[in-house]
Ligand binder design. Sequence first.
Ligand code: FE
Length: 193
Amino acid sequence: MTSDNDVALRVRALESLLLEKGLVEAPAIDEIIDLFENRLGPQNGAKVIARAWSDPDFKARLLANATDAIVEMGYEAVQGEDMVVVENTAQVHNIVVCTLCSCFPWATLGLPPVWYKSAPYRARAASDPRGVLAEFGTDIAAEAEVRVWDSNAELRYMVLPERPAGSESLDEEALVALVTRDSMIGVTRALNP
Ligand code: FE
């Protein structure tokens, strides 16, 4: 088992070696660290979802062509992937997995959580999605349909969670706080206000 400390040491050693050999330049490394620490992450996805809840025209554009609608909000794909957003309703609950590895929409959700990359999640999200959802505390009505979306290198999925009851009076900015990373993967619902 490798500890976080070992990883940090190895990364530092690798960084100095790359710099020493002139394979990368320090500003490029700073740029990448800033990208992952500050500019990518579920705070972006939450703003996309809150906009979709508040603006029916944006929601229509998001469901029709998520790649363009997300770029419209200023979030560009990091790996050139296309985005598809699937909408949760009372009748349909969507859940996202990458059965092959860990493909994830970095621009809007950041880096994938450890459990998303784990073999049990990757296998069971596909074979027993209701069981996985139950483990996340998400009960799905027996008559509702559960749809599983398998992300890959070219195409990444994000869930548009149901807007929670009781959030009718909230503005877009307040709605952002109700949207969690896990709700955009589909394993949980958005928070109640
Ligand atoms: Fe993958």
